[in-house]
Each structure stands twice: as C-alpha cells, then as structure tokens.
Design a binder for this molecule. Sequence first.
Ligand SMILES: *Cc1c(COP(=O)(O)O)cnc(C)c1O
Length: 411
Amino acid sequence: MSTVRPTHWPMSQFPIINDCLHIGGIPLTQLVTRAGQTPFYAYDRRLLDERIALLRNRLPSAIQLHYAVKANPMPAVVQHLANLVDGLDVASLGELSVALDTGMDPAEISFAGPGKRPLELTAAIAAGITINLESAGELERVAQLGYEQGQQPRVAVRVNPDFELKASGMKMSGGPKPFGVDAEQTPMLLKRIKQLDLNFRGFHIFSGSQNLRSEALIDAHDRTFELALRLAIDAPSPVQILNIGGGFGIPYFPGDTPLDLEPVAANLEHWLPQIKEQLPEAHVVLELGRYLVGEAGIYVTEVVDRKVSRGHTFLITNGGLHHHLAVSGNFGQVVRKNYPVVVGNRVAGTEREVVSVVGPLCTPLDILADRMELAKAEVGDLIVVFQSGAYGLSASPARFLSHPACVEVLI
Ligand SMILES: *Cc1c(COP(=O)(O)O)cnc(C)c1O
C-alpha cells in the first residue's frame, strides 16, 4: 500500500529562468508591467499552436477540429484559433458575433444551446450558420423565422444520447436532459425537417466534458458512431456533419494525468472507413474547448497581505473567485481540490512554507490554494494559477463585491 500523496502533473509548458516564470519569452515580472495591472490572465499563442499541431499530428487527417468558443471567448484568442481549426461552435449571439468577426466561413460555424431566443435564431439564419436544434419547439420556430426571412435555415439535430460518458467531469447526456433531442424522438424530428424543407446538415452528439480516460472516450465514440448510423436511416438528406462532441480533459488536480491520445486516435481510425462507406458525405468533427486553450493560460494575482491566524499562514491576494470561479472549486466541483499554483516570480524560492492563498472577497469560498507548499512569499509577490486558459474570466461572477475588473492578454 502506498502512502505517497498524489501530486500535480508538472506544469512544464512555461519555462522558468532565474526562478521566474516566462510567458511567451517574457519574464512574469515584466509581463505585469505590459498588462498594466494585476490581476490578469495571460494566454500563450505558441501553446495554442502547439496543441493544434499535436492533434493534427496524432489524429486521423480526416477528423475536423472545431473550437467551442465558450471555453475562452476572448476575441483575440478566438481569432487566433479560427486560423488553425476547421470550425467554431458557439452558444449565444455574443459568441456568434465574435466567431463571425474572425472571417470563419459561416458554413463551418454551428450554434448549440437550449433556449435560443428568436433574436438569436434570426441572426443565425441571416448569417447562414448551422443551428443545432435542441427541441421540437425550436425546430418549428426556426422554420417559421426562416420562412419569414425567405431563407432556408441550415440545421443539425443535437441528440441527447441514450448513454453517458463514463468518468466525465460534467455529464451532459443520458437520462432526461435540457440539452438536445432524445435519441428516441429524433426520427420524428427528422421527418419534420423534411416536411419543412430545411437544409439538413447532420448530427451533433455531445456526451460530456473533462475526461482524462481514453477508454471512456473510446466507449463514448463507439456508441456515438453506432447511434449516428442508426439515426441516419431517417435523415432527410445525406449527413454532412457528424459532430461527435469533445470531452478531452486536461490535468487540473493532484493525481490527474494527461489524456493518452494514441488509443483514442486509433479507435477513430478504426471507425472512419465504415463512416465513409455508410455516410459518404459526412465530415467527422471533434469540438474541443478546454483541451485547446486550458493549458495555454495562467491567472496572475498579487499578494497584498500575509497573516498568521492560529498558526496557519494566509496569503491574501487582489484576485479571487470573482475572476476565477473554477480555482475556488465553485464551478461544478463536488469536493474542492487545488489547481496547480506557484509564486511566479520565485518559483522554487529560498524558503518553502505551507500556506493558504485567498482572495479579497468577504466569503470563505474565496480560496485560490488550500494548504499548499509554496515558496515563501511576501507582499508584492505574484501568485500564478496554471491551467486557467478555459472557463476563467468569462465563467466567473465578475461583479460580485464590485472589485476592479480583470484584464486579459494574448502573448
Ligand atoms: C461546453 C461544450 C463544449 C466544450 O467542452 P470542453 O470541456 O471545454 O471541451 C463542447 N461542446 C458543447 C456542446 C459544449 O456545451
């Protein structure tokens, strides 16, 4: 039996020179001046390039890559990725406008999400993007709005599969769900799409997020392809898009190890000939969010106080859960665990100590690191949270407690 405590996967994507973290070749201390303030987020475009190159290199070349914009909607990031991926997936009118501004071909943009408003549907139809239908009611609204505009809307059916992605960080399928049309109701919807003469593009089958286990992804892909082949029998026209979701995870917490792409790629390779034969016009699409951007970003905040309370040392920073809800453990975590955190301007340091790092908000939820061993830090030192490129600023309650806004830079 091992008593070794699990540790964080090493964060080797940012070099450390003279004990200072470097981002895009810039020492962190200089980057603070460039950003103009703490706290801030920094994203490294070289790491975005490398991640796409890794996927292109490992996955079968027929697999298309889409970026799920909600992971990080900073326009500069979306623009950068738009030049590297095959399509963009959006979930609101705001994201749609960022996606269209990149110059991405509207035919390669899709719009998913329950509760799309008529205004959003109208804009999507006018832009000529693909609407991933989430219900029978939405189908009727899209058809009516298309008729009124004199346009034939492009639609795909988002299917709520009859299975779940195992060991997923966030389950989004199987059982009753607000997302997608139940697999068993899909044939009826497909008949209605034909009756209403909409431009049918294909299927969107997304079964979950943040998966680090290749066996679970392989299992989900197997069931997704089987389901798509079954549903395609009732399709009003040949399937052109088969979006099999994403779900690729990144190592956040002690004990997490990176996803092994090799077996996932091999399984896709195994399926492609059969898909080609049975759905000859279909492009197989993987839609990835955090896997593309998560590891390329850091959150940087400054120590404004240090204090000892009953033997426990606290570092208090000028940033917290109002900018980075996920690091506090309040973005879907069941049990709070620490993200990888360092003192960015003295990574190893001369002395080490066990501390808790907390934000400035008057709530016990505002924790950035709970009893972690870090270099001994003083007021003015920089706390860096790794794995912060996805679901950071835009996924946080920025107005809670009315502190100053955070900024973002793409390096
Ligand atoms: C959120 C979301 C994604 C991205 O999930 P990640 O875990 O960031 O990869 C992909 N597709 C859909 C439909 C989503 O809702």
